[in-house]
Ligand binder design. Structure first.
Ligand SMILES: C[S@@+](CC[C@H](N)C(=O)[O-])C[C@H]1O[C@@H](n2cnc3c(N)ncnc32)[C@H](O)[C@@H]1O
Length: 278
């Protein structure tokens, strides 16, 4: 692994590591910028291209979102590419960007996540919480930070791996629950051996980031982090591992993990997803 860039050049920005970060702990970790199917996962959702819009011009018009098929569920961003309503639990559940089959250009206002990480991020290590991520730039409320990429698992494999990871006192499996008309669609993402910088972000009971499941070229949801307030360079980035409109992260089975987020609103323990226990 590159000592200067944990992404080894695969992101469009260098992701540095604070001096002294014990990267030897990450021997088998492979950095991947996008989700990949595990050996057991049906790959059809990866292959099915979402139909693009037929808008004419360089960029689709955010202010007339009803005229763009990619914004049929409403706009996701404002004209500066900032997430609309980052401080609220979302009012809509489908977040669609324009994609490779649309006529608009890569600079279209409805293309944010697909343009990758824009702010300088740094990996660091804390004796108590382990790895963590801070920003080296100030970030404005609503701006995109990064995704949580990894292997997309079947429920069976997710349960097996979650139990396995819990025994080692750590759990990386992100459980995304989306409420759709036909019921609940659940996606399991495991970045423990293949993942991106999102894998290292810690939980806070008073987080500075929110999560949105964004779809771009295919049906596989991309779990995306956006800041929910203006933040300063040097701040640690954090999201809530607990449920919020269907998003949850698994935690240690049986023994709750004491939360060290340091917030006055701290609930004492990390949230736990019940699927691990079933
Ligand atoms: C997705 S990983 C985050 C990166 C992790 N710190 C590492 O060293 O790889 C989740 C794990 O980090 C630790 N963690 C995250 N947030 C924490 C918090 N607020 N307090 C205590 N431990 C935390 C827990 O061990 C949890 O299982």
């Amino acid at each position: 692994m590159d000592k200067l860039d944990i992404a080894s050049g695969s992101e469009n920005i260098v992701i540095t590591m604070e001096e002294g970060t014990p990267i030897d702990k990450l021997n088998d970790f492979q950095y991947v910028c996008c989700n990949i199917p595990s050996a057991e996962t049906d790959t059809r959702a990866f292959e099915e291209q979402i139909q693009g819009c037929t808008c004419e011009g360089v960029s689709c018009d955010i202010t007339k979102s009803t005229s763009c098929e990619c914004m049929r569920f409403g706009p996701t961003y404002d004209s500066d590419g900032k997430l609309l309503s980052p401080g609220q639990s979302d009012s809509k559940s489908v977040f669609l960007e324009c994609n490779s089959s649309c006529k608009c250009l890569q600079s279209c206002a409805n293309r944010v996540v697909q343009n990758g990480i824009r702010h300088r991020l740094q990996l660091f290590y804390d004796q108590d919480k382990g790895f963590g991520v801070r920003t080296q730039d100030s970030i404005k409320c609503g701006e995109f930070v990064c995704e949580y990429t990894g292997e997309i698992l079947t429920e069976f494999e997710a349960t097996r791996r979650a139990r396995d990871q819990s025994r080692k006192g750590i759990n990386f499996i992100f459980v995304l629950r989306e409420h759709v008309t036909s019921g609940i669609v659940t996606t399991f993402i495991d970045p423990s051996s293949s993942g991106n910088i999102g894998r290292f972000i810690n939980h806070s009971c008073e987080p500075n980031m929110c999560i949105r499941p964004v779809r771009v070229h295919n049906l596989v949801p991309r779990v995306c982090f956006f800041v929910n307030r203006d933040i300063k360079a040097g701040e640690e980035l954090a999201y809530s591992y607990g449920s919020c409109d269907g998003y949850q992260s698994a935690e240690n089975d049986g023994k709750p993990t004491v939360c060290l987020c340091g917030s006055k609103k701290c609930s004492g323990y990390l949230p736990c997803d019940r699927f691990v226990l079933s």
